[in-house]
Design a binder for this molecule. Structure first.
Ligand code: SF4
Length: 277
Protein backbone atom coordinates (compact mmCIF):
# COMPACT_ATOMS: atom_id res chain seq x y z
CA UNK A 1 0.00 0.00 0.00
CA UNK A 2 1.56 3.27 -1.06
CA UNK A 3 -0.10 6.03 0.89
CA UNK A 4 -1.24 9.34 -0.49
CA UNK A 5 1.92 10.78 1.04
CA UNK A 6 3.54 9.78 -2.21
CA UNK A 7 1.21 11.76 -4.45
CA UNK A 8 3.64 14.62 -4.80
CA UNK A 9 5.48 14.10 -8.08
CA UNK A 10 8.45 16.15 -9.10
CA UNK A 11 9.29 16.75 -12.77
CA UNK A 12 11.94 14.02 -12.98
CA UNK A 13 9.63 11.31 -11.68
CA UNK A 14 10.70 11.75 -8.09
CA UNK A 15 8.07 12.00 -5.36
CA UNK A 16 8.46 14.58 -2.68
CA UNK A 17 7.65 13.37 0.81
CA UNK A 18 6.23 15.62 3.52
CA UNK A 19 9.58 15.23 5.29
CA UNK A 20 11.23 16.98 2.35
CA UNK A 21 13.01 13.88 1.09
CA UNK A 22 12.53 13.11 -2.58
CA UNK A 23 11.98 9.46 -3.41
CA UNK A 24 12.29 7.75 -6.76
CA UNK A 25 11.14 4.31 -7.81
CA UNK A 26 13.89 2.28 -9.44
CA UNK A 27 14.00 -1.33 -10.55
CA UNK A 28 16.73 -3.79 -9.68
CA UNK A 29 17.85 -6.69 -11.85
CA UNK A 30 19.05 -8.85 -8.97
CA UNK A 31 17.20 -8.86 -5.66
CA UNK A 32 19.71 -10.93 -3.70
CA UNK A 33 23.31 -10.38 -4.81
CA UNK A 34 26.04 -12.31 -3.06
CA UNK A 35 27.41 -10.68 0.08
CA UNK A 36 31.08 -10.58 0.92
CA UNK A 37 30.49 -9.66 4.55
CA UNK A 38 31.46 -12.21 7.24
CA UNK A 39 28.57 -14.48 8.21
CA UNK A 40 26.33 -13.33 5.37
CA UNK A 41 25.68 -15.10 2.08
CA UNK A 42 23.25 -12.75 0.34
CA UNK A 43 22.53 -9.02 0.57
CA UNK A 44 19.20 -7.21 0.52
CA UNK A 45 19.06 -3.42 0.29
CA UNK A 46 15.63 -1.92 -0.46
CA UNK A 47 16.92 1.68 -0.52
CA UNK A 48 19.79 3.60 -2.10
CA UNK A 49 20.42 6.75 -0.12
CA UNK A 50 19.68 7.11 3.58
CA UNK A 51 17.72 9.73 5.45
CA UNK A 52 19.66 9.11 8.64
CA UNK A 53 22.46 11.16 7.10
CA UNK A 54 25.28 10.09 9.43
CA UNK A 55 28.35 12.25 8.97
CA UNK A 56 30.66 9.22 9.09
CA UNK A 57 28.68 7.18 6.52
CA UNK A 58 30.97 5.68 3.90
CA UNK A 59 28.19 4.11 1.79
CA UNK A 60 28.18 7.03 -0.73
CA UNK A 61 31.87 6.37 -1.35
CA UNK A 62 31.24 2.64 -1.79
CA UNK A 63 28.41 3.35 -4.26
CA UNK A 64 30.29 6.25 -5.88
CA UNK A 65 27.33 8.52 -5.20
CA UNK A 66 27.26 12.22 -4.53
CA UNK A 67 27.32 12.68 -0.77
CA UNK A 68 25.60 16.06 -0.83
CA UNK A 69 22.11 14.62 -1.46
CA UNK A 70 22.62 11.17 0.12
CA UNK A 71 20.05 11.92 2.86
CA UNK A 72 17.57 13.88 0.74
CA UNK A 73 17.27 11.85 -2.48
CA UNK A 74 16.48 8.22 -1.83
CA UNK A 75 15.79 5.61 -4.51
CA UNK A 76 13.59 2.66 -3.61
CA UNK A 77 13.71 -0.68 -5.38
CA UNK A 78 10.01 -1.21 -5.85
CA UNK A 79 10.27 -4.55 -7.63
CA UNK A 80 12.37 -6.12 -4.87
CA UNK A 81 9.59 -8.27 -3.31
CA UNK A 82 8.72 -9.77 -6.72
CA UNK A 83 12.37 -10.45 -7.50
CA UNK A 84 12.83 -11.97 -4.06
CA UNK A 85 9.91 -14.29 -4.50
CA UNK A 86 11.52 -15.60 -7.69
CA UNK A 87 15.11 -15.81 -6.42
CA UNK A 88 14.27 -17.40 -3.08
CA UNK A 89 13.24 -20.55 -4.94
CA UNK A 90 16.91 -21.27 -5.64
CA UNK A 91 19.10 -19.04 -3.46
CA UNK A 92 20.04 -20.37 -0.04
CA UNK A 93 21.95 -18.85 2.85
CA UNK A 94 21.90 -16.04 5.37
CA UNK A 95 20.37 -12.83 4.02
CA UNK A 96 21.92 -9.62 5.33
CA UNK A 97 19.24 -6.94 5.33
CA UNK A 98 20.67 -3.43 5.26
CA UNK A 99 24.26 -4.20 4.32
CA UNK A 100 24.68 -0.86 2.54
CA UNK A 101 21.83 1.44 3.58
CA UNK A 102 19.39 1.42 6.46
CA UNK A 103 16.30 -0.73 5.73
CA UNK A 104 14.29 1.09 8.43
CA UNK A 105 14.94 4.70 7.52
CA UNK A 106 11.84 6.97 7.72
CA UNK A 107 10.77 6.28 4.12
CA UNK A 108 10.17 2.65 5.11
CA UNK A 109 7.44 3.87 7.44
CA UNK A 110 5.51 4.93 4.34
CA UNK A 111 6.61 2.46 1.67
CA UNK A 112 6.73 -0.77 3.73
CA UNK A 113 9.23 -2.17 1.26
CA UNK A 114 11.42 -3.93 3.83
CA UNK A 115 8.26 -5.30 5.39
CA UNK A 116 7.09 -6.73 2.06
CA UNK A 117 10.49 -8.35 1.61
CA UNK A 118 10.23 -9.92 5.07
CA UNK A 119 6.83 -11.30 4.14
CA UNK A 120 8.44 -13.10 1.19
CA UNK A 121 11.42 -14.31 3.23
CA UNK A 122 9.22 -15.64 6.02
CA UNK A 123 7.73 -18.11 3.50
CA UNK A 124 11.18 -19.59 2.91
CA UNK A 125 13.97 -21.11 4.94
CA UNK A 126 16.69 -18.47 4.73
CA UNK A 127 18.03 -17.08 8.02
CA UNK A 128 18.15 -13.28 8.19
CA UNK A 129 20.44 -10.74 9.78
CA UNK A 130 19.10 -7.17 9.97
CA UNK A 131 21.24 -4.14 10.79
CA UNK A 132 19.51 -0.82 11.43
CA UNK A 133 19.69 2.39 13.39
CA UNK A 134 15.94 2.64 13.90
CA UNK A 135 13.36 1.31 16.33
CA UNK A 136 10.97 1.10 13.36
CA UNK A 137 12.25 -2.46 13.12
CA UNK A 138 9.90 -3.31 16.01
CA UNK A 139 6.93 -2.75 13.71
CA UNK A 140 7.92 -5.97 11.91
CA UNK A 141 8.67 -8.04 14.99
CA UNK A 142 6.06 -10.71 14.22
CA UNK A 143 7.43 -11.20 10.73
CA UNK A 144 11.01 -11.24 11.97
CA UNK A 145 10.18 -13.92 14.51
CA UNK A 146 8.51 -15.92 11.74
CA UNK A 147 11.80 -16.18 9.82
CA UNK A 148 14.40 -18.85 10.49
CA UNK A 149 17.13 -17.91 13.00
CA UNK A 150 16.56 -14.13 12.92
CA UNK A 151 19.28 -11.79 14.12
CA UNK A 152 18.87 -8.03 14.58
CA UNK A 153 21.64 -5.53 15.21
CA UNK A 154 20.90 -1.96 16.23
CA UNK A 155 23.64 0.61 15.89
CA UNK A 156 24.27 2.91 18.83
CA UNK A 157 27.47 4.94 18.78
CA UNK A 158 26.94 7.11 21.88
CA UNK A 159 24.43 7.86 24.62
CA UNK A 160 24.69 11.66 24.35
CA UNK A 161 21.46 12.74 22.64
CA UNK A 162 22.92 16.07 21.50
CA UNK A 163 25.99 14.45 19.99
CA UNK A 164 23.86 11.83 18.24
CA UNK A 165 21.67 14.56 16.74
CA UNK A 166 24.75 16.24 15.30
CA UNK A 167 26.37 13.15 13.83
CA UNK A 168 23.29 11.02 12.98
CA UNK A 169 20.72 13.79 12.40
CA UNK A 170 17.94 11.73 10.81
CA UNK A 171 18.11 8.69 13.08
CA UNK A 172 16.02 7.98 16.20
CA UNK A 173 17.64 8.97 19.49
CA UNK A 174 20.05 6.58 21.22
CA UNK A 175 17.46 6.19 24.00
CA UNK A 176 14.89 4.84 21.54
CA UNK A 177 17.40 2.53 19.92
CA UNK A 178 18.53 1.08 23.25
CA UNK A 179 14.89 0.61 24.28
CA UNK A 180 14.33 -1.29 21.02
CA UNK A 181 17.24 -3.58 21.88
CA UNK A 182 15.48 -4.26 25.15
CA UNK A 183 12.24 -5.22 23.41
CA UNK A 184 14.08 -7.53 21.02
CA UNK A 185 15.88 -9.18 23.91
CA UNK A 186 12.67 -9.61 25.86
CA UNK A 187 11.01 -11.58 23.07
CA UNK A 188 14.13 -13.70 22.61
CA UNK A 189 15.34 -12.39 19.26
CA UNK A 190 19.09 -12.84 18.86
CA UNK A 191 20.07 -9.18 18.97
CA UNK A 192 23.19 -7.12 19.46
CA UNK A 193 24.27 -3.54 19.76
CA UNK A 194 26.58 -2.42 16.99
CA UNK A 195 28.97 0.19 18.36
CA UNK A 196 30.11 1.14 14.92
CA UNK A 197 31.94 3.17 14.22
CA UNK A 198 33.63 3.49 17.57
CA UNK A 199 34.04 7.26 17.70
CA UNK A 200 37.70 7.96 18.46
CA UNK A 201 36.92 11.12 20.40
CA UNK A 202 34.78 9.33 23.01
CA UNK A 203 36.24 8.84 26.49
CA UNK A 204 36.31 5.52 28.32
CA UNK A 205 33.49 6.63 30.62
CA UNK A 206 31.28 7.39 27.56
CA UNK A 207 31.84 3.87 26.23
CA UNK A 208 31.28 2.36 29.65
CA UNK A 209 27.98 4.27 30.04
CA UNK A 210 26.79 2.92 26.70
CA UNK A 211 27.63 -0.66 27.63
CA UNK A 212 25.86 -0.36 30.96
CA UNK A 213 22.70 1.05 29.35
CA UNK A 214 22.71 -1.80 26.85
CA UNK A 215 23.14 -4.36 29.60
CA UNK A 216 20.40 -2.75 31.68
CA UNK A 217 17.80 -3.46 28.97
CA UNK A 218 18.85 -7.10 28.68
CA UNK A 219 20.96 -7.05 25.52
CA UNK A 220 23.90 -9.42 25.88
CA UNK A 221 25.86 -9.04 22.64
CA UNK A 222 28.17 -6.21 21.61
CA UNK A 223 29.80 -5.78 18.23
CA UNK A 224 32.29 -3.04 17.42
CA UNK A 225 33.43 -1.61 14.13
CA UNK A 226 36.07 0.97 13.38
CA UNK A 227 35.73 4.42 11.90
CA UNK A 228 36.63 4.56 8.25
CA UNK A 229 38.13 7.96 7.58
CA UNK A 230 36.97 9.46 4.29
CA UNK A 231 37.71 12.69 2.46
CA UNK A 232 35.79 15.49 4.14
CA UNK A 233 35.02 13.67 7.38
CA UNK A 234 37.15 15.94 9.52
CA UNK A 235 35.46 19.05 8.10
CA UNK A 236 32.04 17.45 8.66
CA UNK A 237 32.83 16.72 12.30
CA UNK A 238 34.30 20.16 12.83
CA UNK A 239 31.19 21.64 11.20
CA UNK A 240 28.99 19.59 13.52
CA UNK A 241 30.99 21.04 16.41
CA UNK A 242 32.01 17.54 17.43
CA UNK A 243 35.74 18.12 17.18
CA UNK A 244 38.20 20.86 17.92
CA UNK A 245 41.04 18.96 16.36
CA UNK A 246 40.96 16.19 13.78
CA UNK A 247 44.14 14.42 14.72
CA UNK A 248 42.30 11.53 16.40
CA UNK A 249 40.47 10.53 13.20
CA UNK A 250 43.47 8.77 11.78
CA UNK A 251 44.75 7.57 15.14
CA UNK A 252 44.37 3.84 14.59
CA UNK A 253 46.25 3.10 17.83
CA UNK A 254 43.51 5.00 19.69
CA UNK A 255 40.78 3.03 17.87
CA UNK A 256 42.47 -0.24 18.79
CA UNK A 257 42.81 0.89 22.39
CA UNK A 258 39.09 1.73 22.52
CA UNK A 259 38.16 -1.66 21.08
CA UNK A 260 40.24 -3.38 23.76
CA UNK A 261 38.63 -1.21 26.43
CA UNK A 262 35.16 -2.20 25.21
CA UNK A 263 36.22 -5.86 25.13
CA UNK A 264 37.48 -5.69 28.71
CA UNK A 265 34.34 -3.89 29.87
CA UNK A 266 32.22 -6.55 28.17
CA UNK A 267 34.08 -9.24 30.11
CA UNK A 268 33.52 -7.30 33.34
CA UNK A 269 29.80 -6.84 32.62
CA UNK A 270 29.21 -10.35 31.33
CA UNK A 271 28.50 -9.27 27.74
CA UNK A 272 29.55 -11.15 24.61
CA UNK A 273 32.08 -9.15 22.59
CA UNK A 274 32.60 -9.41 18.82
CA UNK A 275 34.78 -7.29 16.60
CA UNK A 276 34.18 -6.31 12.99
CA UNK A 277 37.41 -4.26 12.91
S1 SF4 B 1 22.27 4.70 8.92
FE1 SF4 B 1 23.97 3.69 7.89
S2 SF4 B 1 23.54 3.92 5.69
FE2 SF4 B 1 22.28 5.41 6.79
S3 SF4 B 1 23.49 7.29 6.74
FE3 SF4 B 1 23.91 6.22 8.68
S4 SF4 B 1 25.74 5.00 8.29
FE4 SF4 B 1 24.89 5.61 6.28
Amino acid sequence: MITRDLDFFLDDGRKEMPSGVSAKEVRCKVALPLSNLPGLDLALNPYVGCEHGCVYCFAPDVLKRDRSDWATRVDYRANLPVGLSRELKTKRGVIGIGTVTDPYQPLEGVLLLTRKCLMEISRHDNPISILTKSDLVLRDLELIIATRRPEVGITVTCTDEGLAKRIEPGAPSPRRRIAALGELSQVGVNSYVMIGPVLPFLEDHDLSALLMEVKAVGCERVMVDRLRPRPGLDEALLGAKVLRTTSCLTDFAQMGRQARYIRDECVRLGLRFESAF
